[in-house]
Write a protein that binds this ligand. Structure first.
Ligand code: FES
Length: 171
């Protein structure tokens, strides 16, 4: 029996979130694919999978923490870091790359001070890269949340980002 603590008092999460997770853990426990299904649900509830959430999943499914941790690090759709309010997806597929997509990504990283896979300390932005968005004719392409920006030039990046946060001044 593990004795890890997942009390809400020391957590950024609420007891209501943990109760909801517990409900799903009870549902999945003993079923096939329980760990992946539970972690997917946990990520929906908490937004990401910090250690305290993984501990709760391990306890709830009666599995070892190392088994749960192995799954979260193996599958790329699980994230161990919090996501920002806005997700920036920079296309690095061939068409976008040869038409300046890398320079656009470099500029995004420079302005925000973070790299792909990271989130700004104020949790405003996360950066991801993607291999093709199916809009190659309009490369380079950047998507921010549901908005798609086409033929993005590095010098336009600051202006583009400023629409999503007052902390970034436009050009
Ligand atoms: S390579 Fe970027 S949209 Fe296709």
């Amino acid at each position: 029996m593990q004795t890890a603590t997942t009390t809400a008092a020391a957590s950024e999460f609420t007891e209501k979130q943990f109760k909801e997770l517990d409900k799903w853990l009870g549902e999945y426990r003993g079923k096939s694919g329980a760990a992946i299904r539970a972690l997917t649900k946990a990520q929906e509830i908490f937004g990401y999978l910090p250690r305290e959430v993984q501990v709760r999943v391990a306890e709830g499914l009666d599995k070892s923490l190392s088994e749960i941790f192995g799954i979260t690090t193996f599958y790329s759709f699980f994230t161990l870091v919090p996501k920002g309010k806005h997700t920036i997806c920079s296309c690095q597929g061939t068409a976008c790359y040869v038409r300046g997509g890398k320079q656009v990504l470099d500029e995004i990283e420079k302005i925000l001070g973070i790299k792909v896979g990271e989130t700004t300390p104020d949790r405003e932005f996360s950066i991801e890269s993607i291999r093709c968005m199916g809009a190659c004719a309009l490369a380079p392409v950047v998507r921010i949340d549901e908005d798609v920006f086409r033929s993005v030039a590095p010098k336009k990046v600051k202006d583009m980002l400023s629409k999503y946060s007052d902390s970034i001044g436009g050009a």
